[in-house]
Every structure is written in structure tokens, then in C-alpha cells.
Design a binder for this molecule. Sequence first.
Ligand SMILES: NC(=O)C[C@H](N)C(=O)O
Length: 321
Amino acid sequence: MKKILVLHTGGTISMAEDENGHVSPNNINPMNAVTLQLGEVELVTEDIFNLPSPHITLTDMLVLKNRIKTAFVTEEFDGAVITHGTDTLEETAFFLDTTLSRGKPIVLTGAMRSSNELGTDGIYNLLTAIRVAADENSYDRGVLVVMNDEIHSARYVTKTHTTNVSTFQTPTHGPLGLLTKNKIIYFHKDSENQHLESHTVHGNVPIVKAFAGMTGQILDLLDLEKLDGIVIEALGAGNLPPIASHSLQRLLKNNIPVVLVSRCFNGIAEPVYSYEGGGSQLHDAGVMFADEVNSQKARIKLIIGLNAGLTLEQLRDFMEN
Ligand SMILES: NC(=O)C[C@H](N)C(=O)O
């Protein structure tokens, strides 16, 4: 018998639609009224938050991390399922994947259609997430995201569609596995994400997206006194328009960590081009190329690294590997 902790945090999975088609949170979580056919699984359920996921902060993620740690270390749970709004689900999943070491399964899920909508996907996703969390093969795979019969790794998964139930996809790598009616099948195992314990989540780290004709205007407006780091969603393999790249110098000279990812949906950012503003020039100037994560995850990783007190050199190693 597996003992699984279910933590409800809110999101569409716990919301309902009114007669005008507007969707909002309920006072009582409809997920708690559902009877699931689970077989050999003991469930313990907690409504830890009831938040739309755009309201979730890094402090909330820290609360979740600490709750799971206690559940695994002192309460003998065998796995955890977190229901979460889909808008920021990948950020919470990545935070947990980076701050908790691998072992017992931690599975996040959500829904694209609220609890009383036609074709609601919440109950089904919850049931499949519990199946995955209770599965022997789900150990040591890092934090998982289960939606629409697919299993994705927290490290690479991203929300790709505003409304479709198959919104969670893993560009470049593909899903880790899938569920059929009776089976859970894993295709491959991801290499382990770097881990760092996090007790605080302070820091002002904005994300700036590059575009054709970008100047240094937005970068020049940043108040260095209030800035702990920055993530740039650069063009292609990791390049910037020349004027924007000049404005990065002010940040680099002041030892502000500048982390670069690509704005491309697929592929890996690398320092390749040596023209003005090209990736290899940026890298030589001190810009860190985040390894295989999107901008919202790179931001979380940088905040975790900063709060762990890493030096600039250690941060570079942490962000680039
Ligand atoms: N499908 C969802 O859960 C979206 C919702 N806005 C949320 O993230 O809370």
C-alpha cells in the first residue's frame, strides 16, 4: 500500500464556471468531493493554498518544498501529488526539481477546463497523477508533470497552448513517458538536474525579451541598486542587436549576473556567433548561457543560486551546467 500526499494549491482544476462563462476559485475545493477508484493507494489530502497560479510566488514554492520534505522525511509518505494552476505550474515544478534531491515521486498536475465545464480534465489528470506517483518506476526521475496521459520532466516541460488540454509539451526532448488505461510506460530517463538547497527566495531578477531593432532603452532604465540579476531571452542561438548588447556592459561591470536563454521554443542556446552582439562576444564579456531551460526557469534557477550565496564564478557553473 502506497501512502500519497495530495497538496491542492488552486488553479483551474479547483475552479468553476458561472452562468456568464467566467471562471473563478471556489470556497470549497471541488476536487475534495471526488471519489477516485485507486486500489492499493492511501491518500491524504491537504488544501495548502487556493490560489490561481498567477498569484503563486516563490515564497509559496518554498512552503510547498518544505511541506514535501517533512512529508517524506518524518511522515513516511511514499510520494506527493500537487494540483496547481497551469499558468505557472512549470515554474513550481522546476523550483521543486532544483531544490529537492531525487527519490520519491513528486508529480504536478492541473486542468485546462474547470470542474463544472463540459469535458473537464481535472479529475482524470488527478487520477493519472496519483497513478504515476504510486508507481515503482517513477522513483529517481526528478519532479514530474502529468497531464493528458503524458509524463513530462519538470526540467524541460512548458505550457504551449492557451486552452488546449495537451498544452504541456517538452520541446527538443519529448515526454518521458505516457499512461495507457492499464500501464505506465517510460521511454527514457533525464540526466539529473543540479540541486541546491534553498531556505530563502529573495532577489529582484526581471526577464527581458529581445526583438529585431531592440535598443538599450529598457536595460538602461534598470536601477542597479535594486537589481540582483537579469535573464535575457535572446535571439536564435543566443544573439542580441548591437545597441542592446552595449547596454549590457553597465550591468556586467557592476557584477550583476546576466543570464541568457533563447527566445526560440526549441533547441539550446550556445555562444556561436562572433559578430557584434553575437553569442560568443556576449559570452566572452561575462554573459552566462543557461543550460537547456527557458527564461522563466532560468530566472528561478538564478534566484536559487543567489540565495545559496554562490559567487559569480560558482553561479556561472551552476547556470551553465
Ligand atoms: N488552467 C489553469 O489552471 C489556468 C489558470 N489561470 C491558473 O493558472 O490558475
